[in-house]
Design a protein around this ligand. Sequence first.
Ligand code: ADP
Length: 367
Amino acid sequence: KRRIGVLTSGGDAPGMNGAVRAVVRMALHSDCEAYAVYEGYEGLVNGGNMIRQMHWEDVRGWLSRGGTLIGSARCMSFRERAGRLRAAKNMVLRGIDALVVCGGDGSLTGADVFRAEWSGLLQELVSAGELTEEQIKPYSVLNIVGLVGSIDNDMSGTDATIGCYSSLTRICDAVDDVFDTAYSHQRGFVIEVMGRHCGWLALMSAISTGADWLFIPEIPPRDGWEDDMCASITKNRKERGKRRTIVIVAEGAQDRQLNKISSSTIKDILTQRLGLDTRTTVLGHTQRGGAACAYDRWLSTLQGVEAVRAVLDMTPTSPSPVITIRENKIMRTPLMEAVQATKDVTAKIHAKDFQAAMTLRDPEFKE
Ligand code: ADP
């Protein structure tokens, strides 16, 4: 029987458990054996009981659970060839020749590096006397399939990453809660949201909550943004009778000179220039945790099933695919194409959406 391994790597995201569940059950359904690799690449490098065979019941109840139940880690040793050598040996010893990796672009890049080196790694293990020619014979190719798990929605080539809508939902709930207190006390709140270099969570949460001002890395504000922001907020409060002011800032936000725009900078401006009683709320890790929302449950399930299908369809020469979703269809895209495109562009942000978000807050907003 073929043995298919699954691991989760990089930052955890709601929906990863749904993906593992789907991979395990689809593998079993397809008459393969399923193995979970615990703690991301750490488990592959260390082997032993960090690679465990999974049965149908082992993933029962996993669909809605937040985080990742098989653990995730940032693994330094897998970045080195020596670590990947140990990982290759463990896979051969366990008879696993296909790996479904659910993680961000770092994890997927690592997976692709591993696949490209695979036959060289096996030859090296034979030369070093750690494996025999006989042992490596059945494992001439390593099949890798990627699933994008990331709350940031920072991968090109797919409309949504597993976890981003759960995180967006959580952010919206938190902003709604802050709205109530901001309204009551006529306060300003600056809310910092995650996303690393990507402003998708910030932009979508600002649109979804009707926040008053917004900073994202992809669209740095023009010089003098401090005046623009203060003028708009003053107008809304003084002339339009607005009681509360909410500013959302992405953790990666910058101005045009690439200076960081932090929540404390914005708070100081609002406090000092407008005399506005302003608080900052850094949402932090509450954005990652909790149950997966409905979207992430079905996305992770359908993509996990497709990942196993992709493993079974792969030929020695086909490039590693990543499972994507475009226009509501689950699809396959060459993995490195998606990773490369992500490095080149500001993947998910449409200037017109940003414009729309700002215009609804301030009729006179000019880019
Ligand atoms: P993410 O997958 O969320 O982007 P990281 O960039 O931290 O997160 O990557 C997760 C793990 O993937 C790393 O700790 C490392 O083990 C592995 N990895 C990332 N980039 C590479 C690479 N270029 N080569 C080998 N392994 C890598």
